[in-house]
Design a protein around this ligand. Sequence first.
Ligand SMILES: *Cc1c(COP(=O)(O)O)cnc(C)c1O
Length: 409
Amino acid sequence: MAKKEFDRPERLQFTDAGYATDTLAVRAGQHRSEEGEHSDAIYPTSSFVYTSAAEAAATFGGDIEGNIYSRFTNPTVQAFERRIASMEGGERAIATSSGMAAILSLVLSLMKHGEHLVCSRSVFGSTVSLFDKYISRAGIETTFVDPNDLDAWRAAVRPETRMFFMETPSNPLAEVTDIRAVSEIAKESTAKLVVDNCFLTPALQKPLLLGADIVMHSATKYLDGQGRAIGGVVVGCDADMEEVFGFVRTAGTCLSPFNAWVFQKGLETMPLRMRAHSAAALELAQWLEQQPQVERVYYSGLDSHPQHELATSQQSAFGGVLSFEAKASDGDLRAAAWRLIDATQMISITGNLGDVKTTITHPATTTHGRMSAEARAAAGIRDNLVRVSVGLEDLDDIKADLQLGLNAL
Ligand SMILES: *Cc1c(COP(=O)(O)O)cnc(C)c1O
């Protein structure tokens, strides 16, 4: 039997040039082997073999291109990295074992002892702990600022400031921060702007095109989208990513090939999912605003949101996460929120978000429970606040389930 022809290898690969985000989500970065597999293959291997000692030596020495060990490179992990990098409009991505590992790897590879970072105070709880409790031990100090006070960002800058870190929209109150304006302030200094793009993904917001230097993700959320795996990724220019790569391959904050494959497949449906999550969340937010048992709804897609116009100028939709305050007839805010949550039947009570399944969370006693009561009050997170990550179930069923909760107030 004749051997399979392989004289048009380019027909099996894909070049990004000129394609739209939805196309990149499905096709960018695929590693297709000479077997010609259509769906992405997975390479669950710790190491790689060589045909001779000389080839091994040349590969280890960097004289010829090739894989060595999956803490350094792995074809499945690289395929995921290429796909998310092209979707974000960045030169290169480096995948990590979690979203937190992405932040840790960024800071420890791009900063050193004696340098300083400025961080929005409205970021993920573990991000605050990481900077405040652990990164500080490496002699890197953090100043937390009100993300919407541009003068506060400017005033926090020191000669040794090397990084700005922010998240928009924020969790759980959907505060929107002006990426363009904060990037301008970063450019006046020696700081690089990092944006945690977890809540919107490149399907709805591309921070690098708005002036940010680096984007990071908890891939655990919408990149997977189905609650199956923990992982993270950072995206930026080649020079910065080479530093991050050096840290990740040495420190071992790398992503497993299996999880990379889950995320690679997750990206294929992500733009479609994000539009569906956003449409459902907007309708649900508008409906909640009409309910007599609801005091206030936080969602950047609402006309009543104080930064709705800013949100519209940097996002193409508003994402799947909203929160609202329940009316407490007897004045016990926490009890009202818990009553509402406990009266739902279908919606999952969990801390996670970004899943096809709708989830409901009481931030004050779970995700933000380790903050002091004063810090929570300063951040505007009240005890009657309930967060919903709107999934892909039929919207009428989601509303009916929340109605059970509202009826219990
Ligand atoms: C979950 C989350 C993280 C942390 O990611 P992990 O994958 O859980 O480590 C960081 N930022 C945001 C906005 C998140 O929601």
